[in-house]
Design a protein around this ligand. Structure first.
Ligand SMILES: C[S@@+](CC[C@H](N)C(=O)[O-])C[C@H]1O[C@@H](n2cnc3c(N)ncnc32)[C@H](O)[C@@H]1O
Length: 280
C-alpha cells in the first residue's frame, strides 16, 4: 500500500470513531488521571497523535495546564477537538497539523524499494527527532504520545509489507526515534508519557465483559500467551530506553507501569499501557 493510502486510512479511522465518544469514557479517565498526576499545575502540555482527542479530557487538562498543543497528521480531527470546546478551554489550545510525528512518511517508499543504506537508518532517529523539535514550540513540561506509536508502526508495516527483509530494522529505528522525540520535546525535570495500545480483541480474548482483573495482570497474562504486539512490549521499550545513549543521558523510564482497557466503539477493545519518562 502507498503512504498516501495509509495516511487516508488514519483519517478514515478518526472519522469512524467520532460517534464513539461515550465508549472512550473509562480510557479517557484513566489517561487523563495519569497525565494530571505526572506533573504539577501550570505548565505546557503537548499531545502527540491527539486526533479527535477522545483519549484525553481537554476540559480537565485545560484546568491544569496553561497551554495545550495538539499535534497530528489529521488537521480535521484536531480541529474538531478544539471546536468542541468552549471559549476558555479553546483559547488554551494550539493546533499543529499536518505534522508527521514519525518523520518517516516521506522516506518509507524509498526504504521499501531498498533505496536506503545502514547509515541512513542509523542517522534517522537523531535527524527526525531534531526536525520534529524544530516544527513545534517546545520544550514542554509534559509530552504525551497518545495511542500513536502503534499507528506509526502500522503505517510502516502497511507500506513495507510484513515479509520485507528490512522490516525489523525499520521497526526498531521508528521506536528509538519516537522515544528520542518524546525526550527531546520535554523540558528538564518534566515528564513524557508513552501511552500505547499493546493488544486487541483481534489477537486476544478482550471484550466488554473481560473480567475486571487489573490491567497489569492482564498485560502479563497476554504477554506470556504471545497475545501482545511484539514490538510494543513494555519490556522491549524499557530496554531500548536504557540502551540508547541519547535517551539515557537525558532521561530514564520510571519503574511504574499502568495498564487498562480501551473500548473504541462496540467492536474494538484494546489493552493500553503507559510508561513514564522522567527527564533530567
Ligand atoms: C488511534 S488514534 C489515537 C486516538 C486519539 N489520540 C484520540 O484521542 O482520539 C492515532 C492518531 O495518530 C495520528 N497519526 C498516525 N500517524 C501519525 C503520524 N505519522 N504523525 C502524526 N499523527 C499520526 C492519527 O491521525 C490519529 O489521530
Amino acid at each position: 500500500m502507498s503512504i498516501r493510502q495509509q495516511i487516508n486510512q488514519q483519517k478514515t479511522a478518526n472519522k469512524a470513531s467520532r460517534k464513539y465518544f461515550r465508549d472512550f469514557e473509562e480510557h479517557r479517565r484513566q489517561q487523563t488521571d495519569l497525565i494530571l498526576s505526572a506533573i504539577p499545575e501550570g505548565g505546557r502540555i503537548c499531545i502527540l497523535g491527539a486526533g479527535n482527542s477522545y483519549d484525553t479530557d481537554l476540559k480537565r487538562i485545560a484546568a491544569h495546564f496553561s497551554e495545550i498543543h495538539l499535534v497530528d497528521i489529521d488537521r480535521e480531527a484536531i480541529g474538531s477537538a478544539k471546536a468542541r470546546m468552549s471559549g476558555d478551554v479553546a483559547n488554551k489550545i494550539f493546533l499543529h497539523a499536518p505534522v508527521d510525528i514519525s518523520g518517516a512518511n516521506k522516506s518509507l517508499e524509498n526504504w521499501r524499494d531498498f533505496k536506503v543504506t545502514p547509515e541512513i537508518l542509523l542517522e534517522f532517529p537523531e535527524l527526525a527527532a531534531n526536525q520534529l523539535v524544530n516544527k513545534l514550540p517546545g520544550p514542554f513540561d509534559c509530552v504525551v504520545s497518545s495511542c500513536l506509536i502503534s499507528q506509526i508502526l502500522l503505517t510502516y508495516t502497511g507500506v513495507m509489507g510484513e515479509q520485507h527483509p528490512l522490516l525489523q530494522a525499520g521497526l526498531i529505528t521508528l521506536l528509538v526515534t519516537h522515544l528520542r522525540s518524546l525526550v527531546a520535546l520535554t523540558k528538564s525535570n518534566g515528564r513524557a508519557l508513552w501511552i500505547t495500545d499493546v493488544s486487541s480483541n483481534h489477537i486476544a480474548p478482550l471484550n466488554r465483559s473481560t473480567p475486571p482483573q487489573s490491567g497489569i495482570d492482564l498485560l502479563h497474562t497476554l504477554s506470556s500467551n504471545n497475545q501482545i504486539f511484539t514490538y510494543l512490549d513494555p519490556v522491549l521499550i524499557r530496554d531500548l530506553g536504557q540502551q540508547d545513549p541519547y535517551i539515557s543521558n537525558r532521561g530514564f523510564i520510571e519503574d511504574s507501569l499502568h495498564a487498562w482497557l480501551w473500548h473504541n466503539g462496540p467492536q474494538d477493545t484494546f489493552l493500553v499501557y503507559a510508561l513514564s519518562i522522567a527527564t533530567k
